[in-house]
Design a protein around this ligand. Structure first.
Ligand code: ADP
Length: 460
């Protein structure tokens, strides 16, 4: 069974069940026909018994036929499909009289047979159904009336039926197997196209999709699921390609800038001031490069989700204050006011290290995109069993059409309008990835020139 193809396996399973069913049906048909024939013969014989008992009388130990001539004439002229043979014997079984249709033949008397009960006997070589009815003079048995009917025809009918059923059985099974195999083959045809399509799909050819079967059945669902999977794989590979080309572009840009600056610098001798300015510029580019490499490594690390989470109960208020103090220098540079608004101390179950990366990125963005003397507000509230943190600034804001794109890697909104604000376009991608890893719901609301609010919601 293991080596059989799927198609043949379905057909075989179907066949085994059907074979058992047909076998039972055939046995029932045979049994019913046999039973009906037996009942018919038995009833016919019993009818004959009652009829002939009325036509005899017993006198002085002798059985006399009333109107013997007519009786014999009727018996002789009767054209019956299965005639009844009648014979009278004395108490010892010796022949007394018999119906003319027996001709030279004689019915056997079976002394061991039970009186008045039908049994199978023989008339020479012919099979008969027979009954022996005792005839009484007062209470003494003086003889028997034997009535028999040939069952040759019934036996022949039953034999023919048996042969027909035995021949029909394997033929029906063979036809059913072929039909089941054909139908199973047609039903699993989509699987062949799944195999075919899977075979032609390679890393460079992810465009092919499995043609969907017309019937909306399990195979339709399977094909659709595989097609969706292929869509996701294609998207992931496409994103990976895009990320690699963006990353190499982003890495090359500061390198090219540094190289160009240094080449110009060594072309001719320069004064101290010029050297300092260019070298400071190169250092800031190297710092940017450093930050970029750090962020790329962070993204790559969580791309593979190798980092196992260390969940612990942390105080949100304490974590916010800690991150504010870590960024004190850039906050003070811009004279930004930072406040934490919370009615009480809030605790959440999360990975402290990863969550501090999330908050740090959001805060550094808020500082970067805030104006001098800005205000950054951290809020913590509890709503419908959820703890909601908000980090709001009153900075330059984000254009509504860019709100969807800011989570894309390397996407920077208004980069040209504010060339003084440096960035990699990776910060929010990291925030998004870590939030989903920590199962934090992340949303951003923003209005240009009004400010930006990042909302993080922990479900309990
Ligand atoms: P970047 O390194 O450019 O800051 P991010 O991924 O952190 O990269 O942010 C993507 C873009 O989203 C930024 O370029 C900026 O345009 C916008 N952005 C993020 N945070 C803020 C904010 N608080 N206020 C205004 N714009 C923001």
């Amino acid at each position: 069974m293991q080596q059989l193809s799927f198609k043949n396996r379905i057909a075989s399973n179907y066949l085994i069940t059907t074979a058992l069913l047909i076998f039972v049906v055939f046995c029932v048909i045979y049994a019913i026909v046999r039973f009906s024939i037996n009942i018919k013969v038995n009833n016919d014989i019993k009818l004959e018994v009652t009829k002939h008992l009325r036509e005899i009388e017993v006198k002085e130990n002798c059985v006399l036929l009333i109107r013997e001539k007519q009786w014999k004439k009727i018996q002789f002229n009767k054209v019956d499909i299965s005639p009844a043979f009648i014979q009278f014997v004395d108490e010892l079984g010796a022949l007394v009289d018999k119906s003319p249709n027996l001709k030279q033949k004689q019915l056997s008397y079976y002394p061991e047979a039970i009186n008045n009960v039908l049994f199978d006997g023989k008339l020479e070589k012919t099979s008969v159904r027979q009954i022996q009815v005792p005839l009484y003079q007062d209470t003494k048995i003086i003889g028997f009336m034997i009535i028999a009917m040939s069952v040759e025809d019934s036996v022949m009918v039953l034999n023919n039926l048996f042969i027909i059923l035995v021949i029909a059985y394997p033929l029906i099974l063979l036809v059913l197997f072929l039909i089941a195999r054909f139908i199973a083959g047609r039903s699993i045809k989509p699987i062949s196209s799944i195999i075919h399509t899977s075979n032609i799909i390679t890393k460079d050819n992810l465009k092919s999709r499995i043609p969907l079967p017309i019937n909306k059945d399990e195979l339709h669902l399977l094909s659709m699921t595989i097609n969706n999977l292929l869509d996701r794989v294609e998207n992931a590979i496409e994103r990976e390609k895009q990320f690699t080309s963006d990353a190499s572009h982003e890495l090359r840009t500061p390198l090219a800038v540094i190289k160009g600056t240094l080449e110009v610098l060594i072309r001719k001798p320069r004064n101290q001031e010029e050297y300092k300015e260019k070298i400071d510029f190169c250092i800031s580019e190297v710092n940017r490069l450093n930050l970029l490499v750090d962020e790329l490594l962070l993204l790559a690390r969580f791309e593979n989700q190798r980092q196992s989470l260390k969940m612990e109960n942390i105080s949100l208020n304490a974590l916010f204050l800690d991150i504010i103090s870590r960024n004190a220098s850039i906050i003070n540079q811009k004279k930004i006011k930072c406040e934490v608004l919370s009615a009480k101390d809030f605790y959440v179950e999360t990975d402290a290290y990863l969550f501090s990366i999330v908050i740090n990125n959001i805060l550094t963005n808020a500082v970067k995109y805030s104006k001098v003397n800005g205000l950054i507000t951290f809020g913590i509230i509890e709503e419908n069993d959820n703890i909601i943190c908000t980090i709001a600034d009153n900075g330059i804001g984000i254009a509504s059409e860019d709100l969807q794109k800011i989570f894309n890697q390397f996407y920077r909104s208004k980069a040209n309008e504010h060339p003084e604000i440096k960035g990699t376009g990776l910060g929010l991608s990291i925030v998004k990835r870590l939030s989903s890893l920590l199962q934090i719901d992340l949303r951003i609301e923003s209005q240009e020139e009004v400010g930006t609010k990042v909302i993080l919601s922990f479900s309990k």
